[in-house]
Write a new protein. Structure first.
Length: 292
């Protein structure tokens, strides 16, 4: 019989890439993780791991076992949701992850309605970049997460997560009021300085791809992740930027917003199989109500 806890470690190794990262996620030592994976390999009776230089990678059998593990963990999550639904009331701790603009615009309304309708819920919010959300959901640091991608920079579905669409937003080119854009706004900003997110974030990737689609690479002068700060820099003449609708919810003097044919898509994500959990369902309902 294969041990589920060891299967989870193997799954996390497939996602995180190193034993050290798996150890950090589970508050284990790397040695303890290695011992557990070695025990799983003995249980399986076939090689699951192989050494490539100084790294440990999965064999073909290990990769297939991870695929089955995703289904196993989803079934356990669904079973837990069924048991929770059998209890009276909606209660327990729910850890919610959200990106900064959602924390500022969507979450307050949702938290108020959840506290009113389900006072036994203990709600905890963490602000994270969307690229960090899947790992945080998988290892249990989060139960619900607001994630996003862009139609021009889509993110592949995660086999360990389920999600439901929440909101589509127009992306704007933010320029100083005196900046002339013309019929092709992005192309008009070819020679301008740009304000973009930190490299590695989805916002930075989106800005790069939008500019590349118009035949140039943006000359990024400032790397800023908070859209209020981004708009302040644009107003000060420090560059132009791409800002989604929620990021531009408050008007900013000295800034003109030009709508583009680019969309940011926000979804509510949770561990696969967990959608039937009463607390998860309550959060989904409250967030949808906040958008409406």
């Amino acid at each position: 019989m294969l041990d589920v806890r060891r299967l989870r470690l193997l799954r996390d190794l497939a996602h995180l890439g190193t034993i050290a990262a798996v150890a950090q996620a589970h508050a284990y030592t790397p040695s303890a993780v290695s011992q557990q994976l070695a025990a799983l390999q003995r249980e399986a009776g076939v090689p699951l791991l192989e050494h490539t230089g100084r790294r440990v990678t999965l064999t073909a059998a290990g990769t297939e076992l991870v695929r089955h593990t995703e289904s196993i963990l989803a079934t356990l999550e669904a079973a837990s949701a069924t048991l929770s639904a059998a209890r009276e009331g909606v209660s327990g701790t729910v850890r919610i992850g959200a990106f900064p603009t959602a924390v500022r615009t969507l979450l307050p309304t949702a938290l108020v309605s959840l506290a009113r309708d389900h006072p036994a819920l203990d709600l905890m919010v963490s602000e994270l970049d969307p690229v960090e959300m899947p790992d945080a959901l998988r290892d249990g640091r989060l139960d619900v997460a607001l994630v996003h991608d862009y139609d021009i920079a889509p993110v592949a579905p995660d086999p360990g997560l389920d999600s439901v669409p929440l909101l589509d937003e127009t992306v704007f080119l933010a320029v100083p009021s005196s900046f002339e854009t013309g019929p092709a706004p992005v192309a008009s900003a070819r020679e301008a300085a740009w304000v973009a997110g930190t490299p590695g974030t989805l916002c930075h990737t989106m800005a790069t791809r939008v500019c590349e689609a118009h035949g140039f690479t943006p000359r990024v002068r400032h790397h800023v992740d908070d859209f209020t700060a981004v708009l302040a820099l644009v107003a000060a003449g420090q560059g132009v930027a791409l800002v989604p609708q929620l990021g531009a919810a408050q008007p900013f003097a000295g800034v003109r917003l030009v709508p583009l044919d680019v969309c940011r898509r926000t979804a509510i994500a949770y561990r696969r199989g967990g959608g039937g959990h009463p607390a998860i369902a309550a959060c989904v309902a409250a967030l949808r109500e906040a958008v409406d």
